[in-house]
Design a protein around this ligand. Structure first.
Ligand SMILES: Nc1nc2c(ncn2[C@@H]2O[C@H](COP(=O)(O)OP(=O)(O)O)[C@@H](O)[C@H]2O)c(=O)[nH]1
Ligand SMILES: [Mg+2]
Length: 302
């Protein structure tokens, strides 16, 4: 069999499980996830390499109506990643019927030339575990109609458990063109370790805090020192917009910051396969999400 290679985008509403799916296919955490919307802030690649194929997945921020400059940059990044793809995997929450947002995104996909008849669209109905048996047929038909995808072009998955994820992968690989790999066989992502370390810290904030705090948080790595013994010392600043948010992140006697730091450190150690010393600071920068300089520093905008 010839070797196949392709670029495949994961698109859909925020919070449907795109990044969770990606991590499962890559076999390592390359994208952060949480139960909050808009966890993924810019497009990233997750690369899956097997002897017979290589797939470069483009994970995108969910397409939504933006209210801040950050939101605008995120949606532009999601829409912009619809160019030059071999395949689009449209991910939905199978337990919910298509809504107005879904119809809008479906239109964007068709207008970009990836409609059902193009043969370049696969429907992934994720969160199958939350889909009640009596709604399966109804929801499958509603989404298939919306996108015009054929009998063989959709898959029900549970990304958190990995159910059907390997089947989804085979389904899409079969539709990729023949071609040599484009990335090193051990490459998992196009993100720098520095950016990923910042992301792992932000993930813990997304997972541990509520209301405005997760959305108002950005993370910057200030120092990255490779110590002689092999340990990496990382200083990072968590940036928030208000003094009250800073207090929440620090927590009683620093408890929250300590939890975030410990959890993030473990993830960074797994990534680097080296011991890490992580020191976190929290800084207030008013309305940073509206500030192009801040957005560039945090690498959310070019
Ligand atoms: N029950 C259930 N939850 C899921 C599934 N896939 C993802 N999730 C959860 O849904 C939330 C959003 O996932 P995420 O991958 O960040 O969504 P994204 O915004 O589309 O990238 C997280 O809390 C995930 O753990 C699934 O198949 N079943
Ligand atoms: Mg995501």
């Amino acid at each position: 069999m010839e070797h196949r290679y392709g670029m495949v985008a994961l698109v859909g509403k925020p919070n449907v499980g795109k990044s969770t799916l990606l991590n499962h296919m890559v076999g390592q955490k390359v994208a952060i996830t949480s139960n909050k919307k808009q966890t993924t802030r810019r497009r990233l690649l997750g690369i899956v390499t097997r002897p017979e194929f290589q797939v470069a997945f483009v994970d995108t921020p969910g397409i939504h109506e933006p209210h801040t400059r950050l939101g605008k940059a995120m949606v532009e990044s999601a829409r912009g990643s619809l160019a030059d793809l071999d395949l689009v995997v449209y991910v939905v929450n199978a337990s919910q019927k298509p809504d107005e947002d879904e119809r809008r995104i479906a239109r964007t996909i068709r207008e970009s030339g990836y409609g059902g008849s193009s043969g370049k669209l696969i429907l992934c109905m994720n969160k199958m575990d939350l889909l009640k048996a009596e709604f399966v047929v109804q929801h499958v038909e509603a989404y298939r109609d919306l996108l015009g995808v054929g009998d063989e072009d959709y898959m029900l998955t549970t990304a958190t458990k990995g159910d059907n994820v390997e089947k989804l992968l085979s389904m899409l690989v079969a539709r990729l063109p023949e071609g040599p790999p484009a990335w090193d066989e051990d490459a998992l992502t196009d993100q720098s370790s520095r950016f990923m370390a910042a992301e792992f810290v932000r993930e813990k904030v997304m997972q541990r805090t509520k209301q405005e705090v997760p959305y108002a948080t950005g993370v910057l790595v200030d120092d990255w020192i490779e110590e002689p013994g092999g340990r990496v010392k990382i200083n990072a600043t968590i940036v928030v917009e208000r003094v009250g948010q800073r207090a929440i992140l620090i927590g009683k006697k620093g408890a929250m910051l300590k939890t975030i730091g410990t959890e993030a450190r473990l993830d960074i150690e797994r990534l680097l396969e080296r011991p890490v010393y992580l020191e976190l600071f929290v800084k207030v920068r008013e309305d940073w999400r509206q500030n192009p300089t801040a957005l560039r520093e945090m690498e959310y905008m070019e």
